[in-house]
Ligand binder design. Structure first.
Ligand SMILES: Nc1ncnc2c1ncn2[C@@H]1O[C@H](COP(=O)(O)OP(=O)(O)OP(=O)(O)O)[C@@H](O)[C@H]1O
Length: 253
């Protein structure tokens, strides 16, 4: 069945000084899929996500979400550096509830929404704690919940686990997958870790060196929930090998 794309990028051009990162770039992203962006260092992965999220301006081109601009929809963004992302003077609970204040949601409703979200996650945090009392992983979990509290139409994750230790990273990936399976929110992640990119994704957006083009956009047809066994799944490894081939070809160019 034909499904209208959720995000349409048309004629996108972006330069930094003399460097052209995107030149008349086009892309369609399907609704409700988890999409990993992967490509050589400095090819423009974060730039693409920031352009789509409206955090940096396009030089020219148009980015629409079912025909609407980013200002007309709700979205969540999780930064790599969780240390600077949370308000240090607010408890975890208040950090999570914070975006709802802008939507003029009552205190009672805000508390109910946080409660509902907390139940979806495996939260082993005292939500009365302040950021300095929490581990890095706990802080990043709070950042993710804060991004989700607005029930975003689209969620942006810029290397969200790269500052965490390995054990925490594995647990966060699985939490992220669980939330995705429950909410079906269109999700875009930039990851430098090919295992992670493929493990989480419904599709992997493989970019070339700048000015970036889409080299391939393969679907990852591996059943969810994925777990440690997935790493031995032949289809998972086939896609991973394919992504690695493309990546190495691009890096050598
Ligand atoms: N604000 C900026 N001003 C000038 N140049 C920038 C700016 N942001 C990014 N760049 C440059 O644009 C290019 C693409 O950057 P971007 O961070 O999007 O790449 P990336 O693929 O995410 O990189 P990495 O793999 O290193 O994380 C890089 O050469 C970077 O130095």
């Amino acid at each position: 069945m034909y499904r209208r794309p959720h995000v349409t990028v048309r004629g996108l051009t972006k330069r930094f000084g003399e460097r052209t990162i995107y030149d008349n770039f086009n892309l369609d992203l399907p609704r409700g899929e988890f999409i990993s962006i992967f490509g050589p260092n400095g090819c423009g992965k974060s730039t693409l996500m920031n352009l789509i999220a409206g955090l940096i301006p396009v030089d020219s081109g148009q980015i629409l979400f079912d025909g609407q601009t980013i200002d007309e929809i709700s979205f969540g963004y999780v930064f790599q550096n969780y240390r600077d992302a949370l308000f240090p003077w607010m408890s975890a609970w208040d950090n999570i509830a914070y975006p709802l204040r802008f939507q003029k949601v009552s205190k009672k409703e805000r508390d109910a929404r946080v409660e509902e979200l907390v139940c979806k996650f495996d939260v082993r945090i005292n939500l009365k704690d302040y950021p300095y009392q929490m581990s890095g992983g706990q802080q990043q979990l709070v950042s993710i919940m804060r991004a989700l509290i607005v029930k975003p139409e689209i969620l942006f994750l810029d290397e969200p686990f790269s500052a965490l230790d390995y054990e925490m990273t594995l647990s966060m990936r699985d939490q992220m997958q669980k939330v995705f399976m429950e909410t079906g929110t269109t999700t875009l992640i930039v990851s430098h870790d090919l295992d992670e990119a493929v493990y989480l994704a419904d599709r992997v957006l493989l970019l070339s060196r700048a000015p970036a083009t889409v080299v391939d956009f393969p679907k990852v047809e591996v059943q969810r929930p994925r777990d440690a066994m997935t790493l031995a799944d032949p289809e998972f490894n086939r896609i991973k090998g394919h992504c690695l081939d493309i990546f190495q070809r691009e890096v050598r160019k």
